[in-house]
Design a protein around this ligand. Sequence first.
Ligand SMILES: C[S@@+](CC[C@H](N)C(=O)[O-])C[C@H]1O[C@@H](n2cnc3c(N)ncnc32)[C@H](O)[C@@H]1O
Length: 212
Amino acid sequence: MSIVNEENRSLEAKYRITSRLYDVLDYPWERQYREWRPRLLSDVRGAVIEVGVGTGRNLPHYHPDAEVTGIDLSKGMLKRATRRSRSAVCTFHPVHEDATVMASVPTSHFDWLVSTFLCCVMPDHLQPAAIEQFARVLKPGGRFRLLEMVYSKDPALRRRQRFFAPFVQMVYGARFDRDTLSHIEQSPQLHVTETHYLKADTYLVIDGLCRK
Ligand SMILES: C[S@@+](CC[C@H](N)C(=O)[O-])C[C@H]1O[C@@H](n2cnc3c(N)ncnc32)[C@H](O)[C@@H]1O
């Protein structure tokens, strides 16, 4: 796989280091996320593509009827996901692939597209290209579910997020101010059916389907 974009090349380089420590660094947050992951995936079945699969934190929570293709920019993250998939009941196919290109991913193939904490990492100007790929690889009527962190409107919570923002950007390349929901709303093929928050107004779930 060749990475066409300079920012994705530097993200891949970042994750070469981050992947070694990811599960340790993320542990304080993962204690909360691991309560959410089974609920997020409870109705996900069939051919599934998980974009930005990372170290495979979602994998143990998929139903046995899910056949999961997990794509990621980082080989280090994919290696860890493959290891974690051994304790999963779903089938897992790791693919080294850029979400904005997805050259090796077939068209209209997937029943579900899942992504957790990918778009908060992805620069806003690259998101329309990734969203176009999401629409391409989903079957007509295929569903998607994204989980992203966003800035709270509550001043106290926002102050706390601002405190962590430099760390989160340095280690993960993630930001709280990405505009993912509006990028999806501008897609001619992806339709948002529901949004809700998992905690306060900071962890946003975006649900939808593909009409084409
Ligand atoms: C913050 S981690 C989230 C990992 C995992 N989804 C989770 O919930 O723990 C973001 C992941 O997205 C991957 N990523 C970022 N940009 C990507 C892109 N353009 N294509 C594929 N993967 C990407 C990173 O390599 C990293 O593994």
